[in-house]
Design a protein around this ligand. Sequence first.
Ligand code: NI
Length: 391
Amino acid sequence: MTFDLNREIDGLRGELVRLRRDFHRHPELGFQENRTAGVIAKRLTDMGLEVNTGIAKTGVIGLLKGEKPGRTLLLRADIDALPISERNRVSYRSRNEGVMHACGHDAHIAVLLTAASVLARHRDLVNGNVKFAFQPAEEQGGGAKPMIEEGVLRDPDVDAALGLHVWNNLPVGVVGIRTGPTFASADEIKITIKGRGGHGAMPHQGVDAIAIAGQVITTLQNIVSRTVSPLESAVVTIGKIEGGTAFNVLADRVVMKGTVRAYSMELRKNLLERVERVVQGVALALGGEYEFESRFACPPVVNDARMTKLVGKAAASVVGKDKVVTAEPTMGADDMSYFLEKVPGCYFRVGSANPGKGADKPHHHPEFDIDEEALPIAAKVMLKAALDYLR
Ligand code: NI
């Protein structure tokens, strides 16, 4: 009997939805995905895969060996949820108050588990190996890097990687691909301005850390607008500011936190240097002191041209050529980048928006939901691309 991918996945549609809703009901934050990892590991074991748990704390790897030798392809799904209180009134709403799958990672797990179950039943179609990488903590902390450090790309050595994100900026039925940079690098920055306290009515006797912070924020705006080519993309955002104790007291200390984003590691480095130079220059000029810290979250996601072409072809066979679009680049970040830094691959987007079904909220919104029709589409594209790669 010949293998009919579309029929196979259509038959698993109910299972995909059930799985996704189960994970949606039981969301867990990064590096705490214990129940999630347990469900994943049990299913992979039942399929007859070689399973490794506890990778980067709560990550799970399933290794599927094909009937014939060949290359090794890694398929990645992130498995963590967000610290958000769900406001959807659906039957499958979060049972874990304050935690929610508001980015669609529940869908990623369901899709990858389903893809694994199909390939496990059709090992004859696989030349080589498929490594299913269920990665913890994409949102906070970053699980990809420690997974790689713990050897996910070795034994057998991984030749290429694929991953997908359900995407509410695209209508369901559309697949978005892009060669080259597609998500930005991300750094978290922390700026501390130190002044000297005093009476609010006698500012000349102290050093006002709030006044300095105001100038720092204003001057930071010059970095992107005046020092980066208008044709390049960059972001410097201050997202949090804390300082002061009372209306009539000079603040002696202000702490600001923010993020720096870029599409190249070179620009990223330059931006961080310029931010520190602005903080230093302004703080010293106004009689204050400063501390500057940055924490590197992840490099930009850069898709390989050949792997992207492979996914584009697979997607066209599933949704039709006219529904495969060039994905808009985003300054959002995703630590899939660590995998794609090491091996060629493609991180693609599967449209999941459908205003008619209420699936029109942005990612990380307390009413985020997807059109579940995206699930079988995602599974088909992932499987088709994987099978083409391992043919
Ligand atoms: Ni996400």
